[in-house]
Write a new protein. Structure first.
Length: 94
């Protein structure tokens, strides 16, 4: 199932989720290392991770007892391109 642009932009609407994506630009990170950057409970962070996974902006792999998160840069780039395309079309109509 292809993720909707609405789901992607809803995931991007929260500053914590945008910060997670920014951190993952440097490379894959374990959940605990990501959590160290936030003053949030684990359940709250889990909700943010779930929204980003639902939007397919991140992927997760299990390594032993740890979860390692990866940025899905290609989907993020496609989403930004779609947004810019909407702006270009709007500008042309004016």
């Amino acid at each position: 199932m292809e993720v909707s642009i609405k789901t992607v932009f809803e995931a991007l609407s929260h500053p914590v989720r945008r910060r997670i994506l920014t951190l993952l630009q440097a490379g894959p990170m374990r959940a605990g290392a990501l959590a160290d950057h936030f003053d949030l409970t684990k359940p709250t962070l889990s909700v943010h991770f779930a929204r980003l996974k639902e939007a397919e902006l991140i992927t997760v792999e299990r390594k032993g007892t740890s979860l390692v998160y990866h940025l899905n840069a290609s989907l993020l780039e496609q989403s930004v391109a779609a947004l810019l395309g909407l702006k270009d079309r709007h500008d042309e109509e004016e």
